[in-house]
Design a protein around this ligand. Structure first.
Ligand code: B12
Length: 232
């Protein structure tokens, strides 16, 4: 659309710019998203607000239209790519808070599942809050989790699943930990759009976290409780 080409992002006010970023994310325009993120940073927005209000907000719109069959996988991949462009600018800023190291987490998306945006967001927010994060990526069979736990010795194991068909795999991982007598060594946090609190309880996780902010709060809470227990 020629009308769109005339838009100068820096001339829009904050609300218009966020609105335009929703459109640009929808259209998978990575450079525009990166420009938008930089403009909001210059205007004094916090990295967290940009992440949640502009990027995650835009991805929610994409999610709805994907669900309703208006957008298809190739378009969603482009949108995801644009989102990652924006996230990569914010990542060092979120990690820069200089918070003392509060704990360590191994995180990965379960076997059969390649969704990683939410997991990456959680990793970034956790790093920003002072956690050391070891990200083992997507499509992880139980062996990968076990190996990472053994090598890294984290406080927390985080698992992500975005498909109703892959979320039961979290239970496979937890059951294996139980069988090997390792379950009590870790705080297990699970997340992903199709999960809920009930599911988290049913599979034996310590907590289900709705979003990255809740993940950070929950992680801090559990880690301090664990340390208190060890001290007491
Ligand atoms: C982007 C996307 C894709 C991209 C993924 C790109 C990428 N690099 O991640 C692509 C195009 C590859 C894709 C593929 C598919 N997708 Co898809 N996808 C999405 C979409 C639109 C957005 C997901 C997303 O990134 N959201 C934004 C992030 C920020 O949110 P989030 O992931 O929920 O994460 C937050 C929380 O859940 C939580 N969280 C997440 N993980 C964790 C982990 C821990 C430890 C904690 C504490 C918290 C936490 O914190 C995060 C940050 O706040 C969703 C729709 C939706 N509404 O979720 C569909 C969706 C998940 N996909 C769906 C489907 C069906 C598929 C495909 C099967 C499609 C197909 N026919 O091929 C494939 C499956 C491929 C596979 N094997 O995994 C369905 C799942 C339906 C279901 N009930 O199972 C959805 C719901 C769309 C729909 N309504 O139909 N998809």
């Amino acid at each position: 659309m020629s009308e769109e080409e005339d838009i100068v992002l820096s001339e829009l006010n904050d609300d218009e710019l966020v609105e335009q970023m929703f459109d640009d994310l929808y259209d998978g325009l990575k450079e525009e998203i990166e420009e938008g993120v930089n403009i909001l940073l210059e205007r004094g927005w916090t990295p967290y607000d940009i992440l949640t209000k502009a990027l995650v907000g835009g991805m929610t719109v994409v999610g709805h239209d994907f669900r309703d069959g208006i957008l298809f996988v190739p378009e969603v991949l482009l949108a995801a790519n644009a989102m990652k462009g924006g996230m990569s600018i914010l990542k060092p800023l979120l990690a820069e808070t200089g918070a003392p190291r509060v704990g360590k987490m191994v995180i990965g998306t379960v076997k059969g599942d390649i969704h990683d945006i939410g997991k990456n967001l959680v990793s970034m927010m956790m790093e920003g809050a002072g956690f050391e994060v070891v990200d083992i990526g997507i499509n992880n069979p139980v062996e990968n989790y076990l190996e990472a736990l053994e090598t890294e010795q984290p406080d927390i194991l985080g698992m992500s699943a975005l498909l109703t068909t892959t979320m039961p795999y979290m239970k496979v991982v937890i059951d294996t930990l139980v069988e090997q007598g390792l379950r009590e060594d870790y705080i297990v946090l699970v997340g992903g759009a199709p999960l809920n609190e009930e599911f988290g309880k049913a599979i034996g996780a310590d907590a289900y976290c709705r979003d990255a902010a809740v993940a950070v709060e929950t992680a801090k809470d559990f880690v301090s409780r664990k340390h208190n227990q060890l001290a007491g």
